[in-house]
Write a protein that binds this ligand. Structure first.
Ligand code: SF4
Length: 192
């Protein structure tokens, strides 16, 4: 018998809406903090990966595109990509880049640096994104954070899509920094 869909089975739509909003007004990128905080809060409070298994919009989107839409080659990932050293190294790299983004945001808040109206893809390629910035009532640092955060979200989406095509649909979940962090939190909670 076909299982009835629940409301949370449609959360993949949230991913598409979020990425689209970032094209229209970069300040919507702030909403991405919800995706950052919710998995951590759920892991800390419940000690399980309920977010990954049930509510993650990104995971659902990759499963949908790679699975139902057949956009994945459905191959196994290379062993080095599923290894702990790679996953932890990627987490450290990701967090370091995140801190760098916060540092640059702080400089704009402090007036020591001009606002960069660009989205940086794969931490390297700066793409002009000025059309999505219409000014803010607050400090320009607010916009700088939005540009930086959207860069993080777009970069991780691109990596997720590339590994979805090359390997299995949800291969991104193997090395997703948020997944690695929630796994670590669950391990600590299990020992309590
Ligand atoms: S590992 Fe990352 S992308 Fe995958 S379900 Fe968990 S939070 Fe979402």
């Amino acid at each position: 018998m076909k299982q009835q869909k629940k409301w949370y089975d449609y959360l993949w739509i949230v991913s598409l809406v979020y990425l689209t909003l970032g094209f229209l007004n970069i300040l919507f990128a702030w909403l991405g903090l919800i995706f950052f905080c919710t998995p951590l809060i759920i892991a800390v409070v419940t000690g399980n990966k309920g977010y990954c298994h049930r509510y993650c919009d990104r995971g659902q989107l990759l499963a949908l595109l790679g699975g139902r839409f057949g956009l994945s080659r459905k191959r196994d990932m290379p062993r080095w990509m599923v290894s702990k050293p790679f996953r932890y190294s990627f987490l450290v790299f990701f967090l370091a880049m995140f801190l760098l983004m916060l540092w640059n945001t702080g400089l704009v808040f402090a007036g020591a640096r001009d606002l960069q109206e660009v989205v940086t893809i794969l931490w390297t390629f700066q793409v002009p994104w000025h059309w999505a910035y219409h000014g803010t009532l607050f400090s320009e640092g607010v916009a700088q954070f939005a540009f930086g955060f959207y860069s993080v979200m777009l970069t991780s989406t691109i990596l997720g899509l590339v590994t979805m095509v090359l390997f299995k649909p949800r291969s991104w979940c193997v090395y997703c920094p948020m997944g690695t962090m929630t796994t670590l939190i669950c391990k600590v909670k299990a020992k309590e």
